[in-house]
Design a protein around this ligand. Structure first.
Ligand code: SAH
Length: 356
């Protein structure tokens, strides 16, 4: 675009640096650009603005949930999850894998959970975002913009401090694949977050799993499984009728993993639906031979969701069966319960109760 307008290509690099490294919010502030170029950008109505934080909720466990407003006034959620001793946010389940020290603010690392779409088209029966329907895709700039808005608000500048990203907010990243990939490149090159600290989660858009495997720069892969057989999975996650477990597991087995990398499978436990010892044993069989780990997530309940959170005992029992079947399994503690921190929960709750 810069080159098309007759400017040298290095101007684009200067703009890129100003936007993503210096985090300017207007073309006027880009001191490396000539004055005429700056005013041309402003008069052409080219906005360098970041998405704005419209609301911010801080949980007693340190989680901060942001409602972020885009240029067309649509909103998405972005979550900041700092981890202290033994914290369990995001993908940081291999505690002890690295010797880490606390920084001055008391966290070892933090995870930002990023949205990829306004709403979602995949109708998982236990998910609040699904109830919103799909409004639109986010641009690559809007995906990156969420991260920058949160880093600015938290006054954190990677790579100096350890920040992980999970594409596990609102939306299905693999149904907005091109913008999601563009965003990951910008985040690596422009913001300084290494690809090894990013994880993308999919409900199971099988062709895009193959595409991800051939990307030169890519996050780690997580797959939302939530059921160990087709009958149950098709009920809970209708996307399974399009790509069934055999197709999904073949894609997982064929996924070209990097050295020491594993696929993460997420399994949302729903009381008396998918949380029995029998389900756990079936899951062990399903995952046989796949280099993976499982994150067990107790349902975060919400308005309009007809499922209940499992008992603590069945969660423990489920984990035990996986581990004794040689499948590494971690229980993910719900974060920010007091601030409506399940996927899509804040936005949905605000829509139902505009007073909070
Ligand atoms: N569409 C992608 C990413 C967004 S959902 C995907 O499906 O993976 C991110 C994770 O949150 C998924 O593992 C999903 O199963 C889980 N999730 C959705 N609703 C939930 C709820 N009410 N409680 C707990 N986890 C939930």
């Amino acid at each position: 675009m810069v080159a098309d307008a007759g400017h040298p290509a290095y101007r684009a690099r200067q703009l890129f640096h100003a936007l993503y490294a210096e985090r300017v919010s207007s073309a006027d502030q880009v001191s490396t650009l000539p004055k005429e170029f700056r005013s041309a950008l402003v008069s052409e109505g080219i906005s360098l603005g970041l998405p704005e934080i419209q609301k911010k909720f801080t949980s007693s466990d340190g989680t901060v949930r942001y409602l972020i407003e885009l240029v067309d006034h649509e909103t998405v959620e972005t979550v900041w999850m700092p981890e202290g001793d033994g914290g369990e946010a995001g993908d940081g389940s291999e505690a002890g894998a690295e010797i880490e020290t606390h920084n001055s603010r008391g966290w070892r690392r933090a995870t930002i959970c990023v949205s990829s779409q306004v709403g979602c088209a995949v109708s998982c029966q236990f998910c609040l975002t699904a109830l919103l329907g799909i409004k639109r895709n986010l641009s690559a700039g809007e995906i990156v913009g969420q991260v920058i808005a949160v880093l600015q608000d938290q006054k954190v500048a990677p790579p100096d401090e350890r920040v992980n990203l999970v594409f596990m907010g609102m939306g299905e990243p693999f149904l907005n694949y091109d913008n999601f990939i563009k965003a990951t490149r910008l985040l690596v090159e422009g913001v300084g977050i290494p690809e090894s600290r990013m994880t993308v989660s999919t409900a199971g858009i099988v062709p895009r799993i193959y595409d991800l495997g051939s990307e030169p720069v890519r996050p780690k892969l997580a797959i939302s499984l939530t059921a160990p057989n087709d009958a149950l999975r098709s009920e809970l996650m209708p996307i399974n009728r399009k790509w069934n477990l055999e197709q999904l597991m073949t894609a997982a087995r064929e996924f070209p993993l990097r050295n020491r990398e594993k696929i993460t499978f997420e399994y949302v436990l729903l009381k008396a639906v998918n949380d029995s010892p029998e389900h756990a044993r079936e899951l062990v069989q399903l995952l046989r031979g796949v280099k993976c780990k499982v994150n067990l997530i107790a349902l975060n309940p919400g308005p309009g969701i007809d499922f209940e959170t499992p008992e603590e005992a069945s969660l423990r029992e489920f984990q035990k069966i996986l581990i004794s079947g040689s499948v590494p399994a971690f229980i993910r503690r719900p974060r920010g319960r007091d601030i409506y921190a399940a996927c899509g929960q804040l936005k949905r709750t605000l829509e139902l109760e505009p007073a909070i």
